[in-house]
Design a protein around this ligand. Structure first.
Ligand code: SF4
Length: 321
């Protein structure tokens, strides 16, 4: 893995953020493209936010991209462009939590803090056959203390080994115990109880959310706007969430798309509104300040996945017409 060959804190930081919610096989190409375009803090800090979002395309959870952009500007302003070395300073960067701060400080600056996350809980629970409930609010401090008992001198290597073991070997489902380098020391494995660990009692119930969008189009062009700092899909582009009465007669069809986000089940109704009147089209745009684009132009912007798919289908249908 390219990010295991470096101690550049910028690259380690980006890689930790990218792979927090994205599998390595899925995110590696995106990570490489991102680093190629934004090779250092300065380049990232000076970029336009929309370009950063564009390079984040395909990774999802776009608030991460917004945060790293702001954090890069923070490093330029507060640390003269030099990545902070101390754990507490790294923790102050926008979007950086205890896990990422521990990873960067240990890998790049010889910090002595274990990088504790869900992978870490799982691996330690299994190795020690420890039934501490990982949904308990004290799980972080419990597993941090446990980690301190086994922490070697080189904490950076230890943290990276735990990350790789958790993501590639000691996986949540079907762990590769027979190939695991720790199987002789793993209590859950020797007791044949791997499937019983980690213990998790509380399940977070996903909230149902209904959304409506209107795909308002005319002659291959359609209307979009940028979302505000909202609770989901911050700063991404979207279709109009409502239309005026004048446009109702132009509704041709409606499609319902289901989409899952962390802790949210979305049901999105997308109305296909093909406007036959130039006057109504123009006045709707002017009154609401929408941006007009076409499929080609939409490639320069980032959309939530369900809307991006809708545009792709529209592109195919429009080409056929
Ligand atoms: S032996 Fe299995 S359960 Fe134990 S650490 Fe290795 S992969 Fe995980």
């Amino acid at each position: 893995m390219p990010f295991r060959q470096t101690k550049d804190p910028y690259k380690i930081w980006i890689c930790e953020i990218v792979f927090q919610q994205t599998r390595i096989s899925q995110g590696l190409g995106h990570y490489n493209n991102f680093i190629k375009r934004f090779p250092d803090v300065k380049t990232l800090a000076e970029a336009e936010e929309n370009e950063v979002l564009l390079y984040w395309k395909g990774l999802g959870y776009y608030s991460r991209a917004i945060n790293i952009h702001k954090a890069a500007q923070q490093i330029m302003n507060d640390y003269h462009g030099r990545f902070p070395k101390q754990y507490d300073d790294i923790l102050q960067l926008k979007g950086v939590g205890k896990y990422t701060a521990a990873a960067v400080s240990s890998i790049c600056f010889d910090g002595k803090i274990p990088a504790v996350d869900g992978n870490f809980y799982r691996v330690l629970s299994r190795i020690f056959a420890d039934d501490f409930d990982i949904s308990n609010s004290r799980a972080f401090s419990y597993f941090s203390e446990l980690a301190h008992l086994i922490l070697p001198e080189n904490v950076g290597d230890f943290n990276q080994a735990m990350m790789d073991l958790g993501s590639e070997v000691c996986k949540p489902k079907n762990p590769l115990c027979n190939e695991c380098p720790l199987n002789e020391d793993c209590l859950a494995f020797s007791l044949d109880k791997v499937s019983e660990f980690p213990v998790k009692t509380k399940k977070v119930k996903a909230e149902d959310l209904n959304l409506k969008y209107y795909f308002v189009h005319r002659n291959g062009r359609f209307l979009i706007q940028q979302r505000k700092d909202d609770f989901i899909w911050k700063k991404l582009f979207e279709f109009p969430p409502e239309i005026t009465e004048e446009l109702i007669p132009f509704i041709k069809s409606v499609k319902t798309v289901n989409h899952k986000l962390t802790h949210k089940n979305l049901s999105i109704e997308i109305f296909n509104v093909e406007v036959d009147s130039e006057d109504i089209w123009e006045s709707f745009i002017t009154e609401n300040n929408f941006t007009v684009t076409d499929v080609e132009g939409s490639h320069d912007r980032s959309f939530p996945k369900p809307l991006e798919n809708y545009i792709q289908n529209y592109d195919m249908a429009y080409r056929i017409l």
